[in-house]
Write a protein of this length. Structure first.
Length: 446
């Protein structure tokens, strides 16, 4: 938020008048138009502010009041995990996840899906599996759950905590990992096929600064981007004590520079420096366009999984803590908006036709474009989109076949996304160097 010249010039006059009238200490309060809830404050810069929600607490009125007032993004704390959603092989249970999702949607919030594959909270039947049968079961799990929630999830944590702690920078050993090093990309591809609208994230902890673990993940994301494996975002859990690492922001920035969004996904901070650390983390996100939002891992200290550490923004009785005010102020202070998005739509939506619209994430010398193809009033059996790169070069693309990399570049459907029902849509994307301005995509049914 900017202080206008008018409000600046009024401040000394008002202060003098007030001091003269009251002989009082001047209390400088937030600007009159500062937002008063976390969600509204984050929304001023196009970001969200979320929390983890436990289905079992939705009957607690204090909890629900804070949830509905303060937050506009929700993550199920446990209810969308593998053990909850597929307790027996091939038998799915969405009761807890649906309850959280419906409550959130009813309150105008969006939902982060957490988590399709994780070596923890695997159901017992999966824990005892290995090799190709486990690979088949885990990919089926991704497909089924992402299909159930298709179109309703803002972003999925497709894979959670797959990297090892310590200096190796490599993968963590697990039965999932032992099915083959390509398990992560297989999961991302399955998730994209099941729900093309959800952003797909990799999520992990101890990745809050530049260290061997975060660098291992960085290298994976760079490789995925180069090979067209669908990945849109990286989640930084940020379970912290006292301080964020001094290179917290630089670490987020290097991921953003790969052309992925970054999200702070499970923030909680213990220790006596709590309010400062919360402010630092919020400021770091606000400073990075591609940091699209922050989620805290619970509402009140008594809701936290870190029992006794009081790492959250509200006390057990629901009062706002100093850390809450630090976060609210940092959100209100603004920062660059997230990802610059420009949308252009073109072409004939009539029978047999299609439209293409592009959402562009542009940074200094590169960009990622996400293109949505929407069928007109009859179904598509195939499509072709032409986009113009006047000052940029495509380095990779996904969910489409591409011809050319600069000038007029043509993208056609791949096997699995050529059929689009009447009025329905599908997405593909590409990234490149230089500028993605003026893409002006046009769509033709084939
Ligand atoms: C935690 C939940 O908060 C607890 O209720 C549960 O017993 C264990 O899992 N990283 C993650 C989260 O990705 O799913 C974890 O949530 C916390 C660590």
């Amino acid at each position: 938020m900017k202080l206008t010249s008018r409000s600046v010039s009024l401040v000394p006059i008002m202060a003098t008048a007030l001091a003269a009238a009251l002989g009082a200490v001047l209390v400088v309060s937030a600007p009159a138009n500062a937002a008063t809830t976390l969600g509204a404050a984050a929304a001023q810069s196009g970001r969200y502010f979320g929390t983890a929600v436990a289905a079992g607490r939705l009957s607690d009125q204090t909890y629900v009041n804070i949830l509905n007032t303060e937050f506009n993004m929700v993550t199920a704390e446990n209810e969308m995990k593998w053990d909850a959603t597929e307790p027996n092989r091939g038998q799915f249970n969405y009761s807890g996840g649906d309850r959280i999702l419906n409550q959130a949607v009813g309150n105008g919030s969006r939902v982060r899906g957490h988590a399709l594959l994780w070596h923890q909270q695997e159901p017992g039947w999966a824990r005892s599996m290995e090799g190709s049968s486990l690979r088949q079961a885990m990919i089926n799990h991704v497909t089924q759950v992402a299909t159930h929630y298709r179109g309703k999830i803002y972003a999925w944590d497709v894979v959670n905590e797959a990297f090892a702690d310590g200096g190796s920078g490599g993968r963590r050993d697990s039965n999932l990992q032992r099915t083959g090093n390509d398990w992560i990309e297989a999961a991302f591809r399955a998730a994209r096929a099941a729900d093309p609208a959800a952003k797909l994230c990799y999520n992990d902890y101890n990745t809050d600064g530049i260290n061997p673990k975060s660098t291992g993940i960085y290298n994976m994301v760079r490789d995925f981007k180069a090979r067209g494996v669908p990945i849109d975002c990286v989640g930084f859990q940020s379970h912290l004590t006292n301080n964020a690492p001094s290179d917290y922001r630089a670490n987020l920035q290097r991921f953003a520079d790969l052309g992925v969004e970054v999200q702070i996904t499970e923030l909680d901070i213990a220790g006596s420096n709590q309010a400062n650390a919360y402010r630092d983390v919020t400021n770091a996100c606000m400073a990075i366009r591609a940091c699209t939002g922050i989620t805290v891992w619970g509402i009140r200290d008594t809701d936290s999984w870190r029992t006794g550490e009081n790492p959250l923004l509200f006390t057990g009785s629901g009062a706002k803590k100093p850390a809450y005010n630090a976060v609210l102020d940092a959100l209100n202070a603004g920062g660059p908006g997230p990802t610059t998005t420009t949308t252009t739509t073109s072409n004939n939506p009539g029978p047999g036709g299609c439209t293409a619209s592009v959402s562009l994430n542009q940074w200094n010398d590169g960009f990622v474009a996400s293109v949505k193809v929407t069928a007109g009033s009859s179904a598509l059996r195939g499509w072709r989109v032409t986009a113009t790169l006047s000052n940029g070069t495509v380095t990779s693309s996904w969910s489409s076949n591409r011809s050319g990399n600069s000038g007029a570049v043509t993208f056609t459907n791949v096997d699995y996304n050529g059929s689009v029902p009447a009025g329905g849509s599908t997405e593909f994307g590409f990234q490149g160097t230089g500028s993605g301005a003026g893409l002006n995509p046009s769509c033709t049914a084939t």
